[in-house]
Design a protein around this ligand. Structure first.
Ligand code: CMC
Length: 397
């Protein structure tokens, strides 16, 4: 007889064996492939971290050079996407656009689709890598195109000679016509740090989704569209957008006690607080907070930071939050930085999506090599009717 356990939100279900990232939620530790997140934030670049996360080791100089070249030569997206982009309304949410465009990409690359070519296509690592380069390379350009379309700006072309994050900032710049233009190095560094911090986080909702979808042998582009959808929600990546809206709604420090009371009365949630795994300060939040100060020293202080810091101070000394071990997570301070950089609030979760693609691809890669990569298919407990007969229409009440 099989004993099955009821675990609706998978609080206690272990779904895979992974070597990608390690979290100790009680101690507030996060490591990618064994390397502490603080060391990577300080010393690494996003592309180097992406290589580490996906392939398992830090690249040597030659590997990093080749990887960077392969990714950057894919930094233009397929022409066919332009028609999709132009069809979006100007008030479309960018995460809806990103998810749609990623799914659309699958239709331009039928050779990546197991439905046409069989699932064995992904056994070939060269074939896998081709998609990894293309997806990592073109995602920032797709994101920038969504942004430009919404603002009514002409779409532009990437500059492959810039660094990965630098090129993204270049493509996002409202005024850029000058190909020699370079974003401020400290802003690039700050965004690089944020990208590293967001690259991977074991089996969160969207990463679990990519494994789930890959298990049915959907192609990688459509699977990524699904992961983007999972990240979109305010309980997950959408929290960075929700935090900023919350701070703006609170508006001033004197309104914080009332807001906290509303949270305790369960009328509201303190967005950017709490985590399924961390029952301590999220190690990423510490670095994000520090990065915020660096960004402010260049572009000026974002007034919402005062409300955020006061909110944190009050919450961390309140019994409600202490008892439940609720601490700021990665999304609490990131939005304040994006706001200071002039990025529209609805775009924040896209800035989470771009780096997390590395983590999703790493889990896809690992899943493909897992000897136990059966289709994910949980069971349910049925509590509906027992067998009964069909009632003809004229006999129904
Ligand atoms: N504000 C107020 N109360 C909270 C919050 C919050 N943000 N988060 C959890 N709680 C309470 C919750 O009501 C529950 O109380 P009780 O036991 O009395 O019913 C207790 O804390 C445990 O919370 P839970 O909802 O059972 O925890 P969970 O692991 O199911 O949910 C979470 C985790 C992240 C979805 C949740 O904390 C939340 O909704 N936070 C706000 C949204 C947010 O910041 N999300 C970003 C997460 S980190 C980055 C990412 O994944 O993208």
């Amino acid at each position: 007889e099989v004993t099955r356990s009821y675990d609706p939100a998978y609080m206690n279900t272990v779904a895979c064996i992974s070597k990608i990232s390690y979290i100790d939620g009680d101690k507030g530790i996060l490591e990618y492939r064994g390397i502490p997140i603080a060391q990577l934030a300080e010393k690494s670049s996003f592309l180097e971290t992406a290589f580490l996360v996906i392939f398992g080791e830090l690249p040597n100089p030659k590997q990093l050079k080749t990887f960077t070249k392969k990714v950057m030569t894919h930094s233009s997206y397929h022409d066919g996407l332009e028609k999709f982009i132009s069809a979006f309304r100007h008030d479309s949410h960018p995460m809806g656009m990103m998810s749609t465009l990623m799914a659309a990409m699958s239709t331009f690359y039928p050779e990546a689709n197991p439905a046409y070519v069989g699932a064995n296509i992904y056994k070939d690592k060269k074939e896998r890598n081709k998609h990894i380069y293309r997806i990592l390379g073109s995602a920032p350009a797709i994101a920038a195109a969504c942004y430009r379309h919404k603002l009514g700006l002409p779409l532009n072309k990437p500059n492959e000679n810039l660094g990965y994050v630098e090129n993204f900032l270049f493509m996002m710049d409202k005024h850029v016509t000058d190909t020699d233009y370079k974003p401020h190095p400290s802003i690039t560094k700050a965004l690089e740090i944020l990208f590293i911090l967001h690259a991977e986080h074991e089996l969160n909702c969207s990463t679990a989704a990519i494994r789930h979808m890959s298990s049915s042998q959907s192609d990688i582009y459509t699977s990524l569209a699904g992961a983007i959808t999972a990240l979109y929600g305010p309980r997950h990546g959408g929290a960075n957008e929700a935090v900023l809206r919350m701070l703006e709604q609170i508006g001033s420090k004197d309104k914080i006690p009332q807001f906290i009371q509303d949270v305790k009365d369960r009328k509201k949630l303190l967005m950017g607080f709490g985590h399924r795994v961390y029952k301590n300060y999220d190690p990423r939040a510490v670095i994000v907070k520090r990065t915020a100060e660096e960004v402010f020293s260049i572009v000026g202080k974002e007034p919402m930071i005062e409300i955020a810091m006061e909110l944190e101070r009050i919450a961390l000394s309140d019994e409600y939050f202490i008892k439940r071990k609720l601490y700021p997570n990665v999304d609490f301070y990131s939005g304040v930085i994006y706001k200071a950089l002039g990025i529209p609030t609805e775009f924040f979760t896209v800035l989470f999506t771009l780096p997390r693609i590395a983590g999703w691809l790493a889990h896809w890669y690992e899943f493909l090599d897992d000897p136990v990569n059966n289709i994910v298919r949980p069971r349910q407990i049925y509590k509906g009717y027992t067998k009964r007969d069909y009632v003809p229409m004229d006999q129904r009440k």
